[in-house]
Design a protein around this ligand. Structure first.
Ligand SMILES: [Mg+2]
Length: 509
C-alpha cells in the first residue's frame, strides 16, 4: 500500500456517498412514496415521500438528485473532523442537535440519539432504562454510512482512525453490529483509497484482505473515557461488552465468508446471496450486514462500477439508500469519477461536497463560529439571509406550502454560505387549526346535507331548516340574515357553495 491519497478518488468516494443515497432513497420504502418521474433505474427520480404520522401525514416533494440522512451526516462528520481535536464536541454538541432541524429521512436510532444530545447529555447517561436499552441495542447502519471522513482524515494512521470511528459510532449506536459494520466499511474504503489503481482488482481481492486482517481491524479499542460506558452496559445487561463484541465478530466473519465463496462463483445469483447475507430480511438495516452486502455488490460488479450502484439502489427489499450510498463510496474510492454518468452530475450540492472533500484531504482546519439556534420562521421570506449557526449566512431560496392530512406545513429551502442545501419545515399552527375546523365542517356538512335531503324529500322542509340552523350555530355563524341566505341558497341548490364561502371568510378573520 502506498500512503498518499489521490484527490480525485477522495472526491469520487464522497460523491459516491451522495449519488448512491439519492439514487436509492426513493426505493427505500416503496409503500411510502409516489414516483412522479423516473425514466429508467439509472435516473434520479422526482418523487413524493410520505412524512409524519396520524394527523401530521403529508407528502413532501423530493427533487431529482436530492440526498438523505446518509449524506447529511457524512457531511456533518466531515465538518466535525475539520475542527481538528474538537471534532467529537463539534459533532455531538453542534452537528447532531442542529441536524434535527434539517434532517431528511433520518433513521430511528439516529433521531433518538440526536434528541438526547440536544438535551445536553450523551445517550448512555439518560435516566430512562427503556431509552438506555434502545441505545445499546441500536445496531443499524447509521454509523457505517457516515464514517468516510475519518478514513480520509486519518486513514494513514489506522489505529487512530479506528478509535475515532468507535468514538463517533457510540454517539448514536451502542450495539457492536453498528460499530463493527462501521469498522468494516472503513477498512474497505481505506484499502481501496490507498490501493494502486493501475493494478487490476482481482476477483475477491478485497474480501481476502478483510478476512486475512479480520482480527486487526475488528479489535475492540476502548479508551479510558469509555470505561464508564462499558460499565453502564454491564449493569444493564449483566454481560461483558467484549463478549458481545466477540459474538458479533464471529457473525460478521461468517458473512464475509459467505460473500467470498459466492463471489468466486460467477454464476451465483446476487439476489440469493443478498438474502443469505440477511440484506433482505428483518435485520437488513444492521451495520455489519449492510457493510458486507456493500462489499459483495462492489466485488461482484467490480468491472462495471456504474451498474454496481444501479443494482444496489434498485434491489427491492434491501436498505436501498444506505446500501447504494456505501457501494457508491467504495466505487468512488477506487475509480475516482469515471463511473459517474452525466445524469448523476446533478446530484444535490455537488460543488459543496467536492469542496468539503478537498478540505478534508488537506486537513484544512476550519473554525465554525456558533451552534445553530432556533429559527423564527416568521422572519423567513424569500431571498432573506439569516445566520444559521455554523452554517453561516444562509439564504432562503424557496418557500413551499404543504397541505397535510390535518396539519399544514411550510417548507423553506435554505442555501448555506458554503453551498449546502437544507430543507426546514415549520407547522402552520393557525392554518392547521383552521383546516381542522374545515374538515370537521366538511364531515358534518355531508351528513347534514344528506339528512336534510331526506327530510326535504319527505316534504318536511321545516325539519331541514332546523338542521341547517344547528349547522350554522355549531360554527358560530348563525344570524337571521345568514340563515335566510342559507335557505335561499338551499332552494337554489347552492347550499354547499354558500356554506363554503361562509366558512372560508370566517376562517380568514
Ligand atoms: Mg437515508
Amino acid at each position: 500500500m502506498s500512503f498518499s491519497l489521490n484527490p480525485l478518488r477522495v472526491k469520487g468516494s464522497f460523491l459516491g456517498v451522495a449519488i448512491g443515497d439519492a439514487l436509492g432513497w426513493p426505493e427505500e420504502r416503496p409503500r411510502f412514496r409516489k414516483i412522479l418521474k423516473r425514466n429508467s433505474p439509472k435516473d434520479f427520480a422526482l418523487w413524493l415521500k410520505r412524512e409524519g404520522a396520524y394527523k401530521s401525514i403529508h407528502w413532501e416533494t423530493v427533487n431529482p438528485g436530492e440526498y438523505s440522512d446518509d449524506t447529511q451526516l457524512t457531511l456533518a462528520v466531515a465538518r466535525s473532523k475539520l475542527t481538528g481535536e474538537k471534532w467529537f464536541e463539534h459533532f455531538t454538541q453542534w452537528e447532531l442537535p442542529c441536524w434535527l432541524i434539517y434532517q431528511r429521512g433520518g433513521g430511528r436510532s439516529l433521531l433518538r440519539a440526536a434528541k438526547i444530545w440536544n438535551t445536553g447529555i450523551p445517550p448512555w447517561k439518560i435516566n430512562n432504562k427503556k431509552e438506555l436499552i434502545n441505545y445499546f441495542q441500536a445496531g443499524g447502519n447509521g454509523v457505517a454510512m457516515r464514517i468516510l471522513p475519518h478514513v480520509i482524515y486519518d486513514g494513514d494512521n489506522p489505529y487512530k482512525m479506528r478509535k475515532h470511528i468507535f468514538r463517533n459510532g457510540i454517539t448514536t449506536h451502542g450495539h457492536p453490529r453498528a460499530l463493527i459494520g462501521a469498522l468494516l466499511h472503513a477498512e474497505s474504503l481505506r484499502y481501496l483509497l490507498y490501493r494502486d489503481q493501475k493494478k487490476i482488482l482481482k476477483r475477491g481481492e478485497i474480501l481476502d484482505f478483510l478476512l486475512d486482517n479480520f482480527h486487526e481491524w475488528s479489535e475492540l479499542l476502548l479508551s479510558d473515557s469509555e470505561s464508564e460506558w462499558v460499565k453502564i452496559f454491564y449493569e444493564l445487561f449483566n454481560e461483558d461488552y467484549s463478549q458481545l463484541w466477540k459474538k458479533v465478530c464471529k457473525e460478521t466473519e461468517k458473512l464475509l465468508k459467505i460473500a467470498k465463496s459466492s463471489n468466486l462463483s460467477a454464476l451465483a445469483d446476487e439476489g440469493e446471496i443478498l438474502s443469505e447475507l440477511g440484506a433482505t430480511g428483518k435485520f437488513k438495516g444492521a451495520g455489519n450486514i449492510t457493510a458486507v452486502a456493500a462489499i459483495f455488490i462492489f466485488s461482484k460488479f467490480a468491472s462495471e462500477p456504474t451498474n454496481a450502484l444501479i443494482f444496489a439502489a434498485n434491489f427491492r427489499g434491501t436498505d436501498t439508500d444506505t446500501l447504494a450510498s456505501m457501494v457508491g463510496a467504495l466505487v468512488g474510492a477506487l475509480y475516482a469519477e469515471e463511473w459517474i454518468i452525466s445524469e448523476w452530475q446533478r446530484v444535490q450540492d455537488r460543488m459543496y461536497i467536492e469542496k468539503i472533500a478537498k478540505k478534508l484531504l488537506n486537513k484544512q482546519v476550519t473554525n465554525y463560529l456558533d451552534k445553530c439556534s432556533e429559527i423564527s420562521f416568521n422572519m423567513l421570506t424569500r431571498k432573506k439571509k439569516i445566520n444559521f449557526g455554523f452554517f453561516g449566512q444562509s439564504t432562503v431560496q424557496e418557500i413551499e406550502y404543504i397541505k397535510g392530512k390535518k396539519t399544514n406545513f411550510t417548507r423553506y429551502r435554505l442555501r448555506t454560505q458554503e453551498g449546502q442545501t437544507l430543507y426546514i419545515k415549520s407547522i402552520n399552527i393557525k392554518e392547521t387549526e383552521a383546516h381542522e375546523e374545515l374538515l370537521k365542517y366538511e364531515h358534518l356538512q355531508k351528513e347534514i346535507l344528506s339528512i336534510s335531503e331526506k327530510v326535504f324529500w319527505a316534504g318536511k322542509q321545516e325539519g331541514a331548516k332546523e338542521i341547517l340552523e344547528i349547522v350554522l350555530r355549531s360554527f358560530n355563524l348563525y344570524s337571521k340574515k345568514k340563515f335566510q341566505e342559507a335557505i335561499k341558497a338551499w332552494e337554489q341548490n347552492k347550499l354547499e357553495q354558500y356554506l363554503n364561502k361562509l366558512i372560508n371568510s370566517n376562517l380568514k378573520h
